[in-house]
Design a protein around this ligand. Structure first.
Ligand code: FNR
Length: 182
């Protein structure tokens, strides 16, 4: 594929709605885009003492992010912010100083919640962090989703009721990546 996208999902839960959203969403992408999830569950907790001797999982995710043309963040909101597992991955990728893998990347962020605000506050926190990390995040359309019956069909596709909205989101996302990929 022309564009390799690294997908980061902010939930480790087996039945994660955000994992389902990520899986369904990437099926809406056009040819020329391939999506590979960056596994973050096996990362150690970030400790600056380890910068000189990073764990294999840290080296792996840094390589995966570095070689990607774009990033897709799909995350729940935890206590009005991003889950610690996602912040941990962001911190790992940002260090050692001067060797961040995030700088200059293009990205999109989206998330689904059981709550009415659909991860809006978590996404704003994530935008704040990514702005500092010099990631070009798509501004519009925003993607705030509240879980509804039928959002996913039994085969893991996006259900009919959410399909037009998410197809438009994906169309704008791929245009953003084409324009901003380093
Ligand atoms: C939540 N949840 C939640 N929802 C929300 O809309 N805003 C919030 O601040 C929080 N806070 C929060 C904290 C913690 C620790 C948990 C476990 C959950 C509910 C959350 O939206 C719901 O559990 C989702 O199903 C989590 O996403 P996944 O794991 O299904 O992808």
């Amino acid at each position: 594929s022309q564009y390799q996208i690294a997908v980061l999902v902010g939930s480790l839960r087996k039945d994660s709605l955000n994992q389902k959203l990520a899986n369904g969403l990437i099926k809406l992408a056009p040819p020329g885009f391939s999506f590979t999830q960056v596994q973050i569950a096996d990362l150690p907790l970030y400790n600056q003492d380890d910068d000189e001797h990073p764990a294999p999982a840290v080296v792996r995710i840094k390589n995966e992010i570095q070689s990607a043309n774009g990033i897709l963040f799909v995350s729940p909101e935890y206590n009005r912010s991003i889950p610690g597992v996602l912040k941990n991955a962001l911190d790992h990728g940002s260090r050692p100083a001067g060797q961040s893998v995030w700088a200059g990347k293009a990205a999109g962020i989206i998330g689904v919640s059981t709550g009415a605000i659909g991860t809006a506050m978590a996404q704003q926190h994530l935008r704040n962090v990514l702005s500092y990390l010099d990631v070009a995040v798509m501004r519009q359309p925003e993607g705030y989703l509240q879980m509804r019956e039928g959002m996913f069909d039994p085969d893991g596709n996006i259900g009919a009721g959410s399909r037009a909205y998410l197809q438009n989101w994906m169309d704008k996302y791929v245009a953003w990546i084409r324009k901003n990929a380093a």
